[in-house]
Write a protein that binds this ligand. Structure first.
Ligand SMILES: Cc1ncc(COP(=O)(O)O)c(C=O)c1O
Length: 468
């Protein structure tokens, strides 16, 4: 009864459904199609409802608006479409239930790239090039080009990037490295992992960035390097640090884990020191879909050494020239990061815009210190960190109102149990200690909406009994 063309169409339709849909959709699609084709052969015309029924199983394959789908491999190695649900991120502030305003919203950040990300991930699975390969090389080139440096070495995390950058410099075991006393603990861990000794330096009371005078005072015969941290998205005072490093023959290694795209007098974070380390932890301004990091430099010799160290010291001919380790960026991170890199400047601009909005909403509150910004167009607000002596009470107030917040960092390095052995007493770095008592990060990400910021501001103003 059915003509050959109809049978071919039916077969193609079945294959299409078989590839992308489940058994229920296949059965339903087949019976509907057979029914309509038979009726069509008998000269019947279709009503709108019937046409709608015919189109339904197909439209399901493309995903209805607002209902995102992803392709996943099932146990029989077939691609299956599954609806994407964005589970609420774990509450960073320990509240039960979803936050009214999250500190960061990773699902929002990926929303526009979701389909393309799925496609690129499937491509990697098809190619089975999971570690290294063209995706990683492509991202390394793109990031080096973005920063204007000669080379970029993708590694497994920001901590590894710092450690391997330091090891590339060939520091002797007794070498001292200057590090700010107020930073994420990884900066200091990396120095220790590289076999050197961290020598802590107090920070500016306003910005939290390494203090120049204190850095000079901390120099000894054994000092070999300085690791300034571009805290919260603002660059440390690089020109003066460079002059100091040059004068004393020291290596300068930027901890740029929080400063992708930040600038200072036209120079980009990561492009100034001998080497720089980036983290691609998912919440960073340039964040992946897991852990990742990179070492960047203008010095091709240092880059080559870092690349060897990150891959068991293995040279192209397969010999092991150095005692290295395994710290490689994987291809899944590379494709995700290449996507996000295209949005970095726009997203940093959105962060600056959100920071200006907070300043308008909160600037008149006497008890609250807003971030000290040295060059407004250059800060990338990885975090929006305010200060108040009433920090813990304000944090409890925000938690009660389900507003995301976090403390970066509750303890300066020298008072952490892990690093007490460095031998510093309480009071050694008073500005770092004060910051640790006062800092509080408010919700900040490129997609934060004006009404969310207004809500955060009204809750904070209520804490001080101030109107909106
Ligand atoms: C200043 C700083 N340095 C280093 C790191 C370490 O990066 P990762 O977590 O990727 O190891 C971080 C990460 O949060 C950081 O903020």
């Amino acid at each position: 009864m059915l003509e050959r063309a109809h049978l071919a169409g039916l077969l193609a339709f079945g294959l299409f459904l078989g590839l992308f849909e489940g058994p229920a959709e296949i059965a339903c699609g087949f019976s509907l199609l057979t029914f309509f084709l038979t009726r069509r052969l008998h000269g019947a015309t279709f009503s709108a409802i019937e046409l709608g029924l015919l189109v339904w199983p197909i439209s399901g394959s493309f995903g209805a608006p607002g209902r995102e789908h992803a392709l996943v491999l099932d146990r029989r190695s077939r691609y299956r479409r599954v609806p994407v649900t964005n589970p609420a991120p774990p509450s960073p502030s320990g509240t039960d239930g979803p936050l009214e305003v999250p500190l960061v919203d990773l699902a929002e950040l990926w929303a526009d790239d979701r389909v393309e990300l799925d496609r690129r991930i499937l491509e990697i699975i098809d190619r089975a090039a999971f570690v290294g390969g063209p995706s990683v090389q492509g991202f390394e080139r793109a990031f080096a080009e973005y920063l204007g440096v000669s080379d970029c070495v993708g590694v497994a995390s920001g901590t590894d990037a710092l450690e391997l950058a330091l090891r590339s410099c060939g520091l002797a075991p007794e070498a001292e490295v200057l590090v700010p006393a107020f930073t994420f603990v990884a900066t200091v861990e990396a120095v220790r992992l590289a076999g050197a000794r961290p020598r802590l330096v107090d920070v500016s009371a306003e910005t939290g960035l390494i203090d120049l005078e204190d850095a000079e005072a901390a120099l000894t015969e054994r000092t070999r390097a300085i690791v300034p941290v571009h805290l919260y998205g603002q660059m440390a005072p690089m020109p003066r640090l460079m002059a100091l490093a040059k004068h004393r023959g020291l290596r300068l290694i930027e901890d740029a884990a929080q400063a992708h795209g930040a600038r200072q007098g036209g120079a980009g974070a990561g492009s100034v020191g001998d080497l720089a380390a980036f983290s691609f932890y998912p919440t960073k301004n340039l964040g992946g879909i897991g852990d990742g990091g990179a070492i960047v430099t203008r010095d091709l010799e240092l880059a080559a050494r870092a690349r060897l160290l990150a891959n068991h010291g293995r040279t192209e001919d397969g010999t092991h020239a150095l005692s290295g380790r395994n710290s490689r960026l994987d291809a899944l991170q590379a494709v995700a990061l290449a996507l996000r890199l295209q949005r970095l400047d726009t997203e940093n601009e959105l962060r600056r815009h959100a920071a200006r909005r907070y300043a308008e909403l909160l600037g008149d509150l006497g008890g609250l210190g807003l971030p000290a910004v040295m060059e407004p167009s250059a800060h990338v607000f990885h975090l929006y960190v305010v200060r108040t002596e009433a920090r813990d009470a304000l944090a409890a107030h925000l938690r009660r109102h389900r507003i995301g917040h976090a403390v970066h960092y509750r303890s300066p390095i020298h008072l952490m149990p892990a690093h007490r052995d460095l031998g510093y007493e309480e009071g050694a770095f008073p500005r770092a200690e004060q910051l640790a008592r006062e800092v509080l990060a408010l919700p900040m990400h490129p997609r934060i909406r004006p009404e969310q910021q207004e809500h955060v501001a009204s809750i904070i103003r209520a804490f001080w009994g101030a109107g909106t």
